[in-house]
Design a protein. Structure first.
Length: 484
């Protein structure tokens, strides 16, 4: 075996294979990588001088013993080519402080290793009650709320404690070593998560290789109770969200059921309202008197007039029945029904009133519920001209204002108050206005719209015939405009 010095480390060369079989440096325990000279004593151990002291290597064990000023050397830096070994085995090394001489057999083997111990663990500012010093490899279990602590350690060195340095690490957090500063012998950790960790500490002397024998303890941070774990809060939040969604869905379902019940009720009311209007338009007195008037033309041999009015009567009946089947009709269709109705009423009351039906441009295609204006017109015909023999008129007007449809029926009759007095005296009941008010209420609920009905005197300065004006203000019920 040949030991070769190469720059700042040593290689072992085997003559048989002519290959390097080993490499030694501070990682393997050599005091310094700058090796000046090597001598072999009679026991086969190798002695080396370096810039930091003397090293003794035992090839049999592969271990180094290092010697420096802490072992009693007067100086530690030795020079290259300043060495000699005499016949009895005495070795001479020269360096910055002179020459030293020693015989390997008389050299005292000074142990640089020192027992390391864990002196204490301080948790959240208080000493953890344990049996100190802790044994090497001992397990320490800490509750989840004691995850911030300080570990104190020390090497039991009574010769040169001030020259000893330390390094530590907590495996499971970081595998890199942390060297203590200025002789500090404490390691502090905070906010550790539940789990298992291994604390390791090593020591050596300043400028010496680290002694690889470390002292270690295992630390286990227990998991918090279930109700304090993040998973529990996530699960609790999930349950709360699920419960909220369930409540919302149930509320929506109940609201939907209530809405369906309400819609069903409103549809029933609307159907009943339509039937009441249909009945109100099919006034038996109107039909009886109209047919009698037509019959009088027959008796007078006025077949042409009888045929005209009979045809008009049939068309009116058909249009009333057809319109009653539709949800909405156009203003033009409503106007056509009112025109036929008033023409037939003129047959019943010849010479009593004239009428006009007007529609502003752009309103003919607007949609309204069917049979909505006829009861107002009928009310004017039946009650406005009681006691008058002529010069009565009825004016029906369809106009638009601010996107709303305004339907007006105006007459120059006796007015609202006198009309009511006559109804009371003659014990006549008019259900037309009651039915129309009920129908407006149902329409507003179903379609979520506002419909205004205004009844006032048409000519307030005329005390004899103040007349009546009925205004119905409603939205356009066309499909692309109505809010349902």
């Amino acid at each position: 075996m040949i030991l070769q010095i190469v720059l700042k480390f040593c290689h072992v060369l085997s003559p048989a294979t002519e290959k390097f079989t080993a490499h030694y440096s501070t990682k393997e325990g050599l005091i310094d990588n700058s090796v000046n000279v090597i001598y072999e004593d009679h026991r086969g151990c190798l002695w080396m001088s370096t810039w930091k002291g003397i090293a003794r290597f035992n090839p049999g064990t592969g271990k180094f013993n290092n010697y420096g000023t802490i072992n009693g050397l007067p100086f530690k830096e030795f020079n290259t080519n300043a060495s000699f070994m005499d016949e009895d085995g005495t070795i001479y090394f020269g360096g910055e402080g002179g020459v030293i001489a020693f015989h390997p057999d008389s050299f005292v083997n000074f142990e640089t290793r020192a027992a390391l111990g864990i002196e204490s663990i301080t948790v959240n500012g208080g000493l953890k009650e344990l049996d100190y010093p802790l044994r090497n490899g001992q397990l320490v279990t800490l509750p989840h709320d004691q995850n911030t602590f300080i570990i104190s350690f020390s090497g039991f060195d009574f010769r040169h404690a001030e020259d000893r340095i330390y390094r530590y690490r907590l495996k499971g957090v970081k595998d890199d070593w942390i060297q203590s500063q200025n002789g500090d012998r404490k390691a502090e950790f905070s906010g550790l998560k539940p789990g298992e960790y291994v604390f390791e500490v090593q020591s050596t002397y300043k400028d010496w290789p680290w002694i690889l024998d470390e002292t270690s303890i295992s630390i286990k941070i227990s998991s918090p109770p279930l109700y304090q774990q993040k998973f529990f809060f996530i699960m609790l939040a999930g349950v709360a969200v699920l419960a909220l969604i369930t409540v919302v869905l149930l509320s929506m379902r109940n609201f939907s059921i209530r809405k369906e019940v309400e819609i069903s009720r409103l549809e029933k009311e609307a159907n009943q309202s339509n039937m009441n209007f249909l009945k109100s338009q099919m006034n038996p007195h109107f039909y009886f008197n109209t047919l009698n008037a037509i019959n009088s033309f027959v008796l007078q041999n006025d077949a042409r007039a009888a045929n005209k009015f009979l045809t008009m009567f049939a068309k009116l009946m058909r249009e009333i029945l057809e319109n009653s089947q539709n949800e909405f009709i156009s203003v033009a269709e409503e106007r056509a029904v009112l025109e036929k109705y008033l023409q037939l009423q003129q047959l019943r009351f010849p010479g009593i009133f004239d009428f006009t039906i007007e529609a502003e441009e752009g309103v003919a295609d607007m949609k309204i519920p069917p049979m909505l204006m006829q009861p107002f017109v009928e009310n004017s015909v039946e009650y406005a001209f009681t006691g008058n023999k002529a010069d009565g008129f009825i004016r029906v007007m369809f106009r638009k204002s601010n996107g709303l449809l305004i339907c007006e029926v105006t007459d120059n009759g006796i007015g609202i108050d006198k009309s009511q007095e006559i109804k009371v005296k003659t014990n006549r009941k008019s259900t037309a206005l009651i039915n129309i008010a009920k129908r407006i209420e149902v329409l507003q609920k179903i379609y979520h719209v506002k419909i205004d009905l205004i009844i006032s005197s048409a000519f307030s300065d005329n005390t004899e015939n103040p007349g009546t004006r009925i205004s119905l203000i409603l939205p356009d019920f066309s499909p692309n405009k109505t809010v349902v």
